[in-house]
Ligand binder design. Structure first.
Ligand code: HEM
Length: 378
């Protein structure tokens, strides 16, 4: 965060020596996220720069998903997914989430590593429940989803890319089976809803597959990081943790401030199609790549007074942690609900919860969180 402060003081937007543009302020980040003239890198862009990207099935599943698709396809696919992944479907998961949280808390030993014992299993359990994946398959999914997440990062090793490819293949095979099953015998899950409406919404088989994999990948480690980071923030601010323990209704404000204070997704990218006029901030020519520093925007003192203070009482927090505009996170209501249910239960069921050793950050650029968070449960 000091590095973000330094570059933000330098400029709200600037071009680095390698030609890439970086956006540091809340105002410009929000404005550019909502600018419909900007594009995400899509399959056609990958074709130009990386001839055999389709061979890596991990990369392919994400590139072919809505996350890396532009209008008109994005509008169509997003509409199809949003019509089934509704607020009602998410709200109906509250009891499922609470039951999973309680079960995980009850199984925690006196000393444990929170990421492995809680922050990983909860989101994967909830996404699997949403998609209708049986409980017995969840550990298998957890490993594949974790292997696949590296494709969201700009830099990864050859070994990581290889594992992402294998995970992509396994998951595609699994989902092909699941889709066929739900075509034969629909259930109450999101997979069945997507399959049932695919004809009406114009979702092709390949799009259905890629976006099922995306729901798993986009919603897993991001939420895991929110849970780990949020817990660490509560342990570092015991007076605030006491307030939340006493009043679970504060959870929505706490979770918004956690998202702002330490954003699980630190940056995203866009490309300019033509010149973009930013008024006093100048002009960006067409064909340029922009890196929008969500983590910096969330700590911009022009939008958030005393930005390095964790303060859930801020008025209208509205962080850019879920992005904005056409690609605004489809799973934001679900991620929020998981965290809003989890933290009050963790604090009330484990009043003596404390840090039990040094926590280690994950070595990642985009997805920010902890690799390990040792805790004592009291
Ligand atoms: C998109 C963050 C959880 C599904 C995004 C984007 C961000 C984000 C920043 C936009 C990327 C961009 O504009 O380039 C997060 C964070 C989460 C979270 C911080 C947890 C704390 C979830 C969950 C799901 C999900 C739980 C689903 C189960 C998606 C999907 C998109 C997306 C499908 C693509 C939307 C589109 O391209 O139209 N997320 N996400 N996310 N997220 Fe999330």
């Amino acid at each position: 965060y000091p590095a973000y402060d330094a570059i933000r003081e330098h400029a709200g937007i600037f071009q680095a020596l390698d030609g890439r543009w970086f956006v540091t302020t809340h105002a410009l980040t929000s404005r550019l996220l909502r600018d419909s003239s900007l594009r995400v890198a899509d399959a056609a862009d990958y074709d130009r720069t990386w001839a055999d990207w389709r061979e890596n099935r991990g990369v392919a599943s994400v590139v072919l998903s809505m996350l890396q698709t532009n209008p008109p396809d994005h509008t169509r696919v997003r509409r199809a997914a949003a019509a089934t992944f509704t607020a009602r479907r998410v709200a109906a998961l509250r009891d499922v989430i609470a039951a999973q949280v309680e079960e995980l808390i009850e199984a925690l030993p006196a000393r444990t590593e929170f990421m492995n014992a809680f922050a990983y299993p909860l989101p994967i359990g909830v996404i699997c429940a949403l998609l209708g994946i049986p409980e017995a398959d969840r550990p298998w999914f957890r490993q594949r989803a974790a292997d696949l997440t590296v494709v969201l990062e700009p830099i990864s090793t050859e070994e990581e890319m290889h594992r992402a490819d294998l995970a992509g293949r396994d998951l595609e095979d699994y989902f092909i089976g699941l889709i066929a099953d739900r075509q034969r015998a629909p259930r109450e899950d999101l997979t069945s809803a997507l399959v049932a409406t695919a004809g009406d919404t114009g979702l092709t088989g390949a799009e259905l597959l890629a976006n099922l994999v995306l729901l798993l990948v986009a919603g897993f480690e991001t939420t895991t990081n929110l849970l780990g980071t949020g817990l660490r923030i509560l342990l570092d601010h015991p007076e605030q943790a006491d307030r939340l323990r006493a009043d679970a209704d504060l959870a929505p404000a706490f979770v918004e401030e956690m998202l702002r204070y330490d954003s699980p997704v630190q940056l995203t990218s866009r490309f300019t199609a033509g010149p973009v006029d930013l008024g006093d901030d100048g002009q960006i020519p067409g064909g340029e790549m922009l890196t929008l520093l969500l983590g910096s925007a969330n700590r911009d003192p022009a939008r958030y007074p005393d930005p390095h203070r964790f303060d859930p009482d801020r008025p209208s927090i509205q962080p850019v942690s879920f992005g904005g505009g056409a690609h605004y996170c489809l799973g934001a209501p679900l991620a929020r609900l998981e965290a809003q249910v989890a933290f009050p239960l963790l604090l009330t069921m484990l009043p003596g919860l404390s840090l039990a050793g040094p926590a280690e950050r994950r070595d990642r650029l985009v997805l920010r969180g902890y690799a390990t968070l040792p805790v004592s449960t009291g």
